[in-house]
Design a protein around this ligand. Structure first.
Ligand code: ADP
Ligand code: MG
Length: 254
């Protein structure tokens, strides 16, 4: 046994090592045939590797909170239930399709973006999450250092990039151009998820340039699922605040 444990360590089969005692007991109790035993111990190894991969990818993605699709109450947003179920299969990632989540504040855009991000990690994709403002900072830094093409090429290795909160802050013209380059470099190559509290018609104002915004939206939406969330903020539910005039205004402007 000692020898076996050391052999498994050398082979880097720590997942198998973890479950070995239990599987050996099961086998000794006559519950497992040789083939079944082998199949199970290697499956144990695969499961442990998968969990490790998921944990590594999830950490690297830099999600601001861990939110899963399972945690999402679709009774509040019944209109997007079916679209989300289709997206959860991960097919959009292999087809390099995009997802755009629109809706007023607090309706679950970031939650669903992160949930889809975790699903993507689970499917083995590399994921990176940041707000639009953070992306602009990152791209501006790369541009100033003369390594924008390198950075865009590096980012193309990510199956999914999430751009949260497009529209909370307007961009400088330079920033809008950098953003456009990010979108272009991923077009028909790898997926983007964007969230925004503004309808597309208001993006021109955000990017300070109608032409840049139009060209960008064109590329984003060409192969995209656009999901529109509705209603009052989930954060304020059951607080009697959803009848405040300010909340109603936010609802009707989006
Ligand atoms: P948005 O990005 O649209 O402003 P968030 O995704 O940040 O909204 O949602 C605000 C908070 O409410 C988060 O904590 C989120 O997990 C929660 N939330 C929103 N909608 C739902 C929902 N339908 N089911 C469960 N939690 C939700
Ligand atoms: Mg948000």
């Amino acid at each position: 046994m000692i020898q076996l444990q050391s052999t498994l360590r050398q082979l880097r089969l720590s997942g198998l090592l973890q479950s070995l005692d239990v599987r050996l007991q099961e086998a000794a109790a006559g519950r497992l045939g040789h083939g079944e035993f082998l199949e199970l111990i290697f499956q144990d190894e695969l499961n442990v590797r998968h969990q490790r991969m998921l944990a590594r990818r999830t950490k690297a993605a830099d999600f601001r909170a861990l939110k899963t699709l399972e945690d999402f109450d679709f009774d509040v947003q019944p209109a997007v239930r079916q679209q989300l179920a289709a997206l959860a299969s991960g097919g959009f990632l292999t087809e390099a399709r995009n997802v755009v989540l629109l809706g007023p504040p607090g309706t679950g855009k970031s939650h669903l973006a992160i949930g889809l991000g975790i699903t993507a990690a689970n499917h083995g994709h590399r994921v990176l999450f940041a707000t639009a403002t953070d992306w602009v900072t990152r791209l501006t830094d790369a541009h100033r250092a003369g390594r924008l093409p390198t950075e865009l090429a590096r980012l193309r290795r990510y199956g999914l990039i999430i751009i949260d909160e497009v529209g909370y802050l307007p961009f400088e013209q330079d920033a809008a151009n950098l953003f456009f380059q990010l979108v272009s470099s991923r077009y028909e190559h790898a997926s983007l998820i964007l969230t925004s509290n503004l309808p597309f018609s208001s993006w021109g104002g955000v990017f300070g340039d109608q032409a840049v915004a139009a060209a960008m939206i064109d590329r984003i939406v060409h192969h995209a699922d656009v999901l529109t969330l509705k209603g009052a903020s989930y954060r304020l539910r059951n607080r009697g605040l959803d009848t405040l005039p300010s909340i109603r205004t936010q609802d009707t402007t989006n």
